[in-house]
Structure formats: C-alpha cells, structure tokens
Design a binder for this molecule. Structure first.
Ligand SMILES: [Zn+2]
Length: 405
C-alpha cells in the first residue's frame, strides 16, 4: 500500500463520456503518458504500472474549461481574486483576464501572477493605462490622458504570447461624458495590432447599439445578457435584431455574468428566440464570487436552466473561448495531443440561486467539476460555495460558523 497516490506517471481516465471532443458520446478510456500527452483512447484500456487512475464511470469529459472573463490580477487591483480560486480546482484550465491590467501595470501581472500560475492565463489588455487598480472608484477612462497609444502597442508587442486582445469598458459609470470615444480608440488600436477587442456593455452611455455598430467579426461583447435598463437586448426589438445580425456575422456574444451583468429573464428570452451566447464566462472577482456567481460550473448550470442545450453549454465553455485565444479545437484526443481535460458530472439539483438582478431560480441540474487534467498534472476539482452571511445573531458573519452546529 502506497501511503500517498503518485503525482507523476501515466494517467488512466476510465469510462468518461466525451463531450465537445469530436468523438461519439459513449464511455471511453483515455490513457495519458507520463509526459502529459494522450497515448491512446478506447474501451478496456489497461493502466500501466504506476499509473494514476481516475474512475470516471458516469462522468463526462470535455476539453479543459476556459473562463473567457475573470479578474485575477490579485494584489495589483482591488477587485481581483487569486487564479487558484477560480482555476484548476474549479475545473478551469484556462483563465482569461478581462482587462484587469493596462499598459502601466501589465509587467507585474505577468511576473507575479501569470507566469507562476498552474493554470494557463491569457489577458485582454485594458485600453486604459491603469487598468482596474481602483475599480469603479478611479475610472480607467476619464479623458485622453487615460490612454497611451505608444506604450499600449509596445506592451502588446512584448507580450503577444499572453495578450490576446484589447479590453474596453463601455458604460456610463466608467466613461462618463467621454461616451463612445474610448471604444473607437480601442477599436483603432485593436485593428492596428490585429487583435480582437472585448467590449463590456452595461448602462449607457454609450448605447449597446452604438458599440455593436463599431465591432468587427471576432470581437467579443461581454455582459451580453445584462438586464440593465437601456442595456438589455430583450427590451428593444431593434437592438435585438441588431445583436442577432452581429452574432450571425461573427461578433461573439459572451455571458460575463459578474455582480451586475446577468439576467435570467434576458438570457431565457434571448435563447427562446434562438439567440445563444457564443461563450459562457463568469466575470469572477472579489465582489461577484460570493454572490451571485460562485464559479464556472454554476454559471454553466445557469445557462442550462434557461434553456441552452447541454452540448452547446459545454462548447460555449470550451471550444468557443479556445478559438478566441487561438487554441487548437480539433484533434484533442489524438495520440500526441497535450492532455487538457475537465472531468465533470451532471447532477440532479434543487439549488436555489440568484442572477445579478437578485432574481432567484432553481437549478434542476448542476454541472460539477470533479477533476482537471493539465498535461501530467491531475487536480481534484470541486464547486466553490460562498461564505454564508446568514448565520444568525450568534454566528460568524464571515464564515457562517455558529456554536453547536
Ligand atoms: Zn469584468
């Protein structure tokens, strides 16, 4: 009897049902060699000596989950969380930071967070030089003194392996009277740099409509199903038609749940009308994690709950965001491909949960991460559960612990 399971050597993932992996959805064994590459797939594979075994009968396996919108510049911004909190242990192998850093502080983000992380971290660079240092207190887009075109170009050129696009937050609380102008400047920069742009839409100005008019195929609109007055796509038929047309042309609608930007009602109506999001992402940060977002699996489950089909939910959390950041989306089970998978379950549930508007819904199914496999690394995964703040008069307001419980 070995006192601890081995941490190196081959991995046998036994009996999981593949989703979004380009093969039939029937239980399969996947053997990963000691270098972290797929060696064989099939039924009844035997584990070589010293192999680590993941017994995945009854579970699903997909490409590693990719969260296209999160904030992980921990220590460099007041809003970010550590990547470990929303990464492998939540089933997420790739985290895309959505503009926490601007050109002025990207080097620290890279040195202290991106390079040491176990997860793959990519970033949209904020067009505002300071990024989200003091998020929503000191705006990163006040006037043209907030943007430095030369330095932004230089930082992108020096970090093209990590920076995969330009981020701009286009809502009134950030841009104020500057309106649509910073979006136009960000678009110009993105074109010059030949990168996609991610635009956050919310309360105007500028209008969601104006933003969509500026975008090109490949650009990303995050917070696509927000329920804000003047920002929701289901309250204005012309805006809905525009969003539909843009999605058809290749503009990517991204969920970006966040603390204020996902409405069950908006999502449900849009999906009923046939407008599905391109990608599902959390917008996790320290003001959204405990309420209402929690984690990637819970966010995916919310989209299931409003009528998005299971396979589409998985594709929108894997292949779709992978394509945005330039990852290969085919041949992921071919011998020699680097192993990068999330093993998860689809469990019956009666979990009652809120959207960003405070509306409650019951999730009848929950997607629960069980394992993340990243090359030769195997990490046991589990959902994030928020700290209870309703422990009663004798309980701790932070952790919910109360005597005698
Ligand atoms: Zn965000």
């Amino acid at each position: 009897m070995i006192p601890f399971p081995p941490e190196t050597g081959p991995i046998l993932i036994a009996g999981a049902t593949p989703v979004a992996l380009g093969v039939p959805q029937s239980p399969t064994d996947i053997l990963v060699d000691a270098q972290g590459k797929v060696q064989a797939t099939g039924q009844g594979l035997s584990a070589p000596d010293g192999a680590r075994r993941i017994d995945a009968a009854g579970l699903f396996i997909s490409p590693g989950w990719v969260d296209l919108h999160a904030h992980v510049w921990y220590g460099g911004t007041d809003i970010s969380i550590r990547p470990a909190l929303c990464g492998l242990e939540r089933g997420v192998t790739t985290i895309v930071d959505a503009g926490s850093a601007g050109e002025a502080n990207f080097h620290g983000f890279r040195e202290y967070v991106i390079d040491p992380a176990r997860e793959r971290i990519k970033a949209f660079l904020n067009v505002g030089s300071i990024g989200l240092v003091a998020c929503n207190r000191v705006s990163e887009l006040i006037d043209m003194r907030s943007i430095d075109l030369d330095r932004t170009i230089a930082v992108v050129e020096a970090n093209r392996d990590v920076i995969i696009g330009i981020k701009v937050r286009a809502s009134g609380v950030i841009v104020g009277a500057w309106g649509i102008t910073p979006v136009k400047i960000a678009k110009k920069l993105a074109r010059v740099l030949k990168l996609p742009m991610m635009v956050h839409v919310g309360e105007p100005p500028p209008l969601y409509d104006e933003v969509l008019d500026l975008l090109d195929p490949g650009d990303v609109v995050t917070h696509c199903f927000n329920g804000k007055a003047g920002g929701s796509i289901v309250e204005d038929d012309m805006l809905f038609a525009l969003a539909e047309r843009c999605a058809g042309e290749g503009i990517r609608l991204d969920v970006g749940h966040g603390g204020a930007s996902f409405s069950f009602r908006t999502a449900e109506i849009a999906i009923q009308r046939g407008l599905l999001p391109f990608s599902i992402s959390t917008d996790l940060h320290n003001r959204s994690i405990d309420s209402p977002v929690w984690d990637m699996g819970t966010t995916m489950s919310k989209l299931l709950a409003v009528g998005m089909p299971f396979e589409k939910v998985i594709e929108a959390s894997t292949l779709a965001p992978m394509s945005v950041i330039g990852m290969a989306t085919e041949g992921l089970l071919k011998p020699g491909a680097r192993a990068e998978f999330t093993v998860f379950s689809r469990d019956p549930s009666d979990l009652s949960i809120r959207d960003s508007m405070g509306h409650e819904a019951v999730l009848r199914e929950l997607l629960v991460p069980r394992w993340a496999v990243m090359g030769d690394l195997v990490v046991k995964a589990s959902p994030y559960r928020p700290h209870e703040t309703t422990a009663g008069p004798n309980g701790c307001p932070h952790c919910g612990w109360a005597p005698g419980r």
